[in-house]
Design a binder for this molecule. Structure first.
Ligand code: AMP
Length: 228
């Protein structure tokens, strides 16, 4: 029987714990974790042409134009091997046009399931203000109250700081963007029977198992290995 690697979309407002949960879920499902935000930050840090074109949008906390994002994803999922490995898309699609492009480029089987990790604004705002990211490896962490602005990454030893797009103004803008842009996308995914909503409030372990259950509700056998 041909092996079917899971193809998963994870949606959620910034600060919903998506990055951390996605990394863990991707490892559990043995599929690559593709985060468009992380990929853009790498392009910016490397000073590539794409990084230069996308950088101003990232700094402003604004959505990068659809064509640039679709190009980025098409590059990463361009080869048959990349698609055969399955994937967890984190932060893409973010708009209806991106969702439609994903299915146009990759066909009907572009996603087995789309999970929305739902967390209310009152919970995400303080989390975003405390969020720190490693400038070297991109790992995210949460600053304890009173922590200095720059510390050292516990994973790679690189410098850790606030994301340039984590100013209060940019945070508000991204939350408003999510509600405006992702609403029609969520409806469209629901219409295709792909959307499962998951409560993102709770202990990380509990949320992880809710996410796994959501995936299992659409992909009963995850790469031949069900969680014990
Ligand atoms: P994230 O790490 O997911 O919060 O993404 C950081 C930034 O990257 C966003 O604020 C946007 O500027 C850009 N970005 C990432 N993914 C997308 C996307 N699917 N569409 C548009 N912009 C994106």
């Amino acid at each position: 029987m041909e092996e079917h690697r899971t193809r998963l979309i994870v949606l959620g407002r910034q600060g919903a714990g998506k990055g951390t949960q996605c990394a863990r879920l991707a490892a559990r499902l043995s599929v690559p974790h593709i985060s468009t935000g992380a990929l853009f930050r790498i392009e910016v840090a490397r000073g590539t042409d794409l990084g230069r074109r996308a950088g101003a949008f990232l700094d402003a906390g604004a959505l990068v134009p659809d064509e640039l994002v679709i190009d980025l994803v098409a590059t990463h999922l361009g080869s048959t091997e990349a698609r055969a490995a399955g994937y967890l898309l984190d932060g893409f699609p973010r708009t209806l046009a991106q969702g439609q492009a994903l299915f146009e480029v990759l066909g009907e089987r572009a996603a087995d399931v789309a999970v929305e990790l739902h967390v209310p604004t009152s919970v995400v705002l303080p989390r975003l203000a405390a969020r720190r990211v490693c400038q070297e490896c991109g790992a995210t962490s949460t600053a304890a109250p009173g922590d200095p602005e720059t510390t050292i990454c516990s994973i790679c030893g690189g410098p850790v700081g606030r994301r340039t797009d984590d100013t209060d103004e940019a945070i508000q803008r991204r939350l408003a963007d999510y509600d405006r842009e992702s609403g029609p996308l969520l409806e469209w995914l629901e219409g295709r029977g792909l959307l499962v909503r998951v409560d993102g409030v709770g202990e990380p372990d509990v949320v992880h198992h809710r996410l796994l259950d959501a995936v299992r509700s659409r992909v009963p056998v995850i790469d031949g290995a069900l969680e014990p």
